[in-house]
Structure formats: C-alpha cells, structure tokens
Design a protein around this ligand. Structure first.
Ligand code: PXP
Length: 260
C-alpha cells in the first residue's frame, strides 16, 4: 500500500470568550481571559479567538489590546460587520477578523452569515479590513451559494459553521455538507476554517477534511477546564485533532488505491 502523504497542518484557535463570561458574572478581573490565552498558548494553541460583541457580554474593549500585546499569538477577532466594529478592528489591527452575524437576543452565534443576501454591505466591510492588512474570514453555513458569495465579496477565508453537525443525531449528512463546502472553497481559492460546537468527541471527522486548515473552539474547552484544567483540555483537543487528521489521510490513501 502507498504511504499516506502528510496532511496539511491544522491549526487550533482557542476561543477564550467564556473565561470572560465567568469573570463578568462577578465583575472584577478574575478569571482573566489573557491568562487563559497564555495557558492555551503553552498547551499548544496556534492562535487565540475572541468575540467582541456589540453588547460586550463577555470580551470587553480593554481585553483586546492586552490579548494582542501580552500573549504573542495571532489574534482572531470575531465581530459583526458594523461600522463601529470595523473602526475598532482597523484601529487595533488584529491578525484576523472573522465576520459573524449577531443578534442581541441569541445565546451564541446561531447560524452563518447570509453573505449571498448582503453582498453589497459586506463588500465594503471586507475591503476596508483587507486594506488595513487584516486577514478576513466570513462565518457561513456549509452552503455552496454562500461560498460563491464569499468569493464575490473578496473574502480570502471562510469559517464553516459546524453547529448543525455538532447537534445532528446522525451527523453523516452534515459532515458531507461540510466536506463538499470545504472542497468548493478550495476550488474558489478560499482558505477554509471551521468551528462551533466542536468537542473532543466530535472533532475527529471535521479534522479529517483535508481542506480545513484551522478550527476555532471555545465552549467545550472552557467547560472542560473546570474538570481537568485548560492546559490539559487544549492538549487533549490537539491530540484528538491529530488523530482525526491522520485517519482522514489514511482513508484518502486507501480510497485512492481502490480507484486505481
Ligand atoms: N467560530 C465562531 C465564528 C464562533 O462564533 C464561535 C462561537 O463564539 C466559535 C467558533 C466557537 O464555538 P464554540 O464556543 O461552540 O466552540
């Protein structure tokens, strides 16, 4: 049998929003999301993700420059495509921005951006962020029309919403949608990321999708930190991602061999 070719690297962005949720439950400074980011870095995170929401329910403005100055990892700023947020991002200059839909009443980011339905509005925000030297991704459902619209607004990256996959009782159809969307993104020259609802138990098949280059994971890791510590939670997640990636490479090699 052919030796499996090495898979492209898969980065882990650790989302520390819910450390800030816990901090804000009491006010004050503890637990500090910057300390969590440093711990995630030591445990092997490739980047830090933080969502500055319009209502500032978890991450606050003052956290952002500290995350950039004190952690020493690329910062991926999640935000709505509003004029206020675009101005903040341009002033801060994070490594990346991920544009997400935002509704005040939602508990978390419940679905992807409707890029296809707001091409004109997003074109300006994406262009303005790219002009400031910021990598821009769009958080979208794994839908071919949204990938094509992301290409139309000039986004170099998309992040596929994995919430439906994470919640499905039979995940195979959702996984097929993710794999097809990732392949389409690559065809359109768009880098593909994924995230939302990923856990140590369900991350493997997503990590196995070869076009996916980055996963952004938060809630599960912060929850696990209560039981095993954030550093161990990040290490176990990295190991689960590596196992999934490797399994995907082997499956691809076997499928290639069978076709010959
Ligand atoms: N990626 C994006 C764009 C998100 O909005 C979120 C949630 O804030 C995540 C990833 C992480 O999702 P979770 O906290 O469920 O791991």
């Amino acid at each position: 049998m052919d030796k499996a070719p090495p898979a492209a690297p898969l980065r882990l962005g650790v989302n520390i929003d819910h450390v800030a949720t816990l901090r804000n439950a009491r006010g004050g400074r503890h637990p500090d999301p910057v300390r969590a980011a440093l711990m995630a870095k030591l445990a092997g995170a490739d980047g830090i993700t933080a969502h500055l929401r319009e209502d500032r329910r978890h991450i606050r403005d003052a956290d952002m420059p500290r995350l950039m100055a004190e952690v020493g990892l690329p910062l991926n700023m999640e935000m709505a495509a509003t004029a206020e947020m675009v101005a903040i991002a341009r002033r801060l200059g994070p490594h990346a921005v991920c544009l997400v839909p935002e509704r005040r009443e939602e508990v978390t980011t419940e679905g992807g951006l409707d890029v296809a339905g707001s091409v004109d509005a997003l074109h300006g925000a994406v262009g303005s962020l790219l002009d400031a030297g910021i990598r821009v991704s769009l958080f979208i459902d794994p839908d071919p029309a949204q990938i094509d619209a992301a290409a139309a607004v000039g986004a170099p990256v998309v992040e596929l919403h994995t919430g439906a996959y994470a919640e499905a009782s039979d995940a195979s159809a959702e996984l097929a949608r993710l794999a097809a969307a990732a392949a389409r993104a690559e065809e359109r020259g768009i880098e593909c990321h994924a995230g939302h609802g990923l856990t140590e138990a369900n991350v493997g098949p997503v990590a196995a999708i070869p076009q996916v280059r980055e996963l952004n994971i938060g809630h599960f890791l912060v929850g696990e930190a209560v039981f095993i510590g954030l550093d161990e939670a990040v290490r176990r997640m990295r190991a689960a991602m590596a196992r999934g990636r490797q399994a995907g490479t082997i499956a691809k090699t076997i499928a290639g061999g069978q076709r010959r």
